[in-house]
Design a protein around this ligand. Structure first.
Ligand SMILES: Cc1ncc(COP(=O)(O)O)c(C=O)c1O
Length: 351
């Protein structure tokens, strides 16, 4: 098999850098289930502060942080609403229904982009015992399967104002909120304060090997801490992992702009190799989702053809592929990916 020369499968692939490993090795630790790990506490406080919330909770995964957030706001038999490509309904394997008895309904959004009318039209409140009541709106920013889409702060505020009036809570799946912040210039706390809870991932573009943080009110995080333990997520001397997260937050946010620039460069090249496959203006961050069917390709076949040349991509649908830039992809890797994928798109599958 050809060795992988550039890996654009996901930004979860990053390996800890040497200084990150040094920070991990030097971390002060304690038993976090007893609340005695100083590095975990420092991480939780730092992230809560950045997002404008009272308290934080370190979790092993983004999925757990999301699921803890969801259950804080929605009782069994009530519903959350979100867009149909949201990670919480598409890629968390039914966890909201399985663990919390939550019913979900979705609206369809172009590139995952939030249009306030859609959640507001879908929301049901005050219908008594006749219809499932909406307790929560979930927004994903940036939007993964939508192609790294940044949600406009104005649209978020519009939904928030209406949701508050109707007594509906809001949760932000901010796995890549760092990317939204760098791309838009909107402060993290401006995004954060529009939501009751926010989850952020340390293990995607920021490059930590593991970990997410859920933030919210102190009271909400006390409850989430109980549920985290119930879910088997009470961890012991995890300051070692929290140190990687702290290092990432302190050193790897601003550099996300490099990933965004490389993604945009890819989009421009692919748009000229296969007109109609991608609109470069929609590539705002590190994720590029492209229609390869317009160039006659089946997504799995194109992924296989690129892999033979050492470039790993991901098929997100029968005719769509995804490329994700991250800490371990540099300019040379980007050049190689552009060269290989552009040629495949221009030549078509028969070549
Ligand atoms: C938008 C979004 N939310 C949540 C998650 C879940 O993160 P984890 O894989 O750590 O559970 C992901 C993972 O890719 C994601 O893309």
């Amino acid at each position: 098999m050809t060795p992988i020369r550039v890996d654009l499968l996901s930004d979860t692939l990053t390996r800890p850098t040497s200084p990150m490993r040094a920070a991990m090795a030097a971390a002060e630790v304690g038993d976090d289930v007893f609340g005695e790990d100083p590095t975990v506490k420092a991480l939780e406080e730092a992230v809560a502060g950045l997002l404008g919330h009272e308290a934080g909770l370190f979790t092993p995964t983004g999925s757990m942080a999301n699921q803890l957030g969801l259950r804080l706001h929605v009782k069994p038999g009530e519903e959350l609403i979100c867009d149909s490509l949201a990670h919480v309904v598409r890629a968390e394997l039914g966890a909201a229904a399985v663990f919390s008895g939550i019913s979900s309904r979705t609206w369809t959004a172009d590139h995952g982009l939030l249009d306030p009318r859609q959640p507001l039209d879908l929301m049901i409140t005050g219908a008594g015992p006749y219809q499932v009541g909406t307790s929560l709106v979930v927004v994903e920013n940036t939007h993964n399967f939508g192609g790294g889409t940044v949600q406009p702060i104005g649209a978020i505020r519009e939904v928030r104002a209406a949701a508050l009036e109707r007594g509906v809570a809001m949760h932000l799946d901010g796995a890549r909120l760092w990317n939204a912040h760098v791309a838009s210039g909107v402060p993290l706390s401006d995004y954060g304060r529009e939501f009751d809870t926010v989850s952020v991932c340390l293990s995607k573009g920021l490059g930590a090997p593991v970990g997410s943080v859920l933030v919210g009110s102190a009271e909400a995080m006390t409850e989430a801490r109980i549920w985290r333990k119930r879910y088997g997520g009470g961890m012991r001397q995890v300051g070692i992992l929290a140190a990687a997260g702290l290092y990432a937050v302190e050193h790897h946010i601003e550099r996300l702009a490099d990933d965004h620039a490389r993604g945009r460069r890819g989009a421009e090249a692919f748009a000229s190799a296969a007109p109609g496959s991608i609109d470069p203006a929609t590539v705002e961050t590190n994720i590029l989702v492209m229609d390869v069917a317009v160039a006659g390709w089946d997504a799995a076949a194109l992924v296989a053809a690129a892999l033979v040349q050492g470039v790993r991509l991901y098929a997100v649908g029968p005719g769509a592929i995804r490329l994700v830039w991250h800490l371990d992809v540099d300019d040379a890797g980007t050049d190689l990916a552009i060269d290989v994928v552009s040629r495949l798109l221009a030549d078509g599958p028969a070549a």
